[in-house]
Design a protein around this ligand. Structure first.
Ligand code: GLV
Ligand code: MN
Ligand code: MN
Length: 407
């Protein structure tokens, strides 16, 4: 096997750069981000690239074109992970691209464009609440207010960046708009069961679903669990629970929506005290932006009504919004041709998960290749799997794309 066995070995090495072994958790600007980045930079340099961290901690490798002033094609994915993650979400898109470049370099092949491979520092948004930090910065959407966001330990992004060796004040430098980038392509594990159920190793993404995230705070009144009569309570947690079910009800009754409450905290947090302060997140996604916006409006109204009836206060703050991102038809076609050239039926499918690629239409035409996810398609979970055979095929398809793409 040319690529697959080695890529799975690299994935195992990268999984060791984790904040909570034996689980895999690697957040933005952590010590483990630095270690994974140094490993990837080493792989990039061995593949004939100039490589380093940029001002925001993204890992960037350049494989120079045959001629000077050539256009640029970008590829890659994210180095960070959710808590207790799998080994392939994000990282596969970086190492498969490096493997392609290494193959070109070993054969002495230069492309008619410079190929830039990026390991984005943050896509998952676990540490600072801001999401897709690296790709948004490259798409000119970095918000400098994020630099003052603090993690759970009170460390701001600005402090963490300085400690990492980055430069918080140089975020403008990494904007790629107007820099002769002619395409962005990303390979990513599907994180769902569609390709698995159809017996296909790879597929072409048609569009990436849009997402809205809210931070919700519910404020009630703490009191003695034994003395306050049931009808006299202002229980922030029972109110929040109804709001969680409101999110589920709305998304269940409107086809094309998914909604999740994935994080909640309860204070004071004692067995014998009525909850006073509850904070939780809402994540709503759809391929249809109008449907998603209407859902957020309805959920806001629903939560406000619940709060009034239960005599608690609710504050709903926007945390993140991204519109659905259609993939470029010509690039989809180029991926379809690369797949067909391998004798594999071409399957087009949408992405319900978010990806760095969703920010790139602001920079250049964008497309994605999906790779089969084993184990019923489970992801954001340690049981996420990819076979060496699928890593092999996906890398060969990506290489075919790179060798045949003409800007
Ligand atoms: C990223 O993994 C997301 O879709 O939340
Ligand atoms: Mn993910
Ligand atoms: Mn991902």
């Amino acid at each position: 096997m040319r690529f697959g066995t080695e890529l799975l070995r690299q994935s195992d090495v990268l999984a060791q750069f984790t904040e909570d072994a034996p689980r895999v958790t690697r957040t933005y600007l952590s010590k483990e981000h630095k270690q994974a980045g140094e490993y990837l930079i080493d792989l990039m340099r061995c593949a004939g690239m100039n490589a380093d961290f940029d001002a925001l901690g993204n890992i960037v490798g350049r494989y120079e074109a045959a001629v000077s002033k050539a256009p640029i094609v970008m590829t890659g994915s994210h180095q960070d992970s959710v808590r207790n993650a799998g080994k392939y979400d994000g990282l596969f898109g970086i190492i498969t691209a490096i493997a392609c470049v290494k193959d070109l370099h070993d054969r002495g092949v230069r492309l008619p464009y410079t190929l830039e491979v990026v390991g984005f520092g943050d896509e998952e948004g676990v540490r600072f609440g801001a999401t897709l930090i690296g790709s948004k910065a490259m798409a000119g959407k970095f918000d400098p207010a994020w630099l003052d966001k603090a993690d759970d330990a009170g460390v701001t992004m600005r402090q963490a960046l300085a400690a990492f060796g980055g430069d918080p004040d140089r975020w403008r430098d990494i904007d790629r708009r107007g820099k002769n980038v002619v395409a962005y392509v990303e390979s990513h594990i599907e994180q769902g069961p569609v390709l698995l159920n159809e017996g296909l190793p790879v597929g072409v993404v048609t569009a990436i679903a849009g997402a809205s995230r809210l931070n919700v705070r519910v404020t009630g009144l703490a009191g003695h669990a034994g003395t306050v009569p049931m009808g006299a309570r202002q229980d922030a947690l029972t109110a929040a629970s109804e709001m969680v079910l409101e999110v589920e009800r709305h998304c269940e009754t409107h086809a094309g929506l998914v909604g999740t409450v994935g994080k909640m905290s309860v204070l004071p947090g004692a067995v014998n005290v009525i909850p006073q302060d509850v904070a939780f997140t809402i994540d709503v996604r759809s391929g249809d932006d109008a449907l998603r916006r209407a859902a957020i409006a309805a959920i806001r109204t629903g939560c406000t009504t619940i709060a009034q009836r239960r005599r608690v206060r609710v504050d709903l703050a926007d945390l993140f919004t991204a519109d659905a991102a259609p993939c470029d038809p010509a690039l989809q076609n180029a991926f379809a041709q690369a797949i067909a050239a391998h004798g594999i039926p071409v399957r087009h499918l949408p992405s319900g998960a978010g990806h760095d690629a969703m920010e790139f239409p602001a920079v250049a035409p964008t497309a994605m290749l999906f790779v089969r996810c084993g184990n019923n398609g489970i992801s954001h979970h340690p049981d996420e799997t990819m076979t060496a055979e699928d890593a092999e095929v996906a890398t060969s398809v990506l290489l075919h794309f790179f060798e045949n793409f003409r800007p």
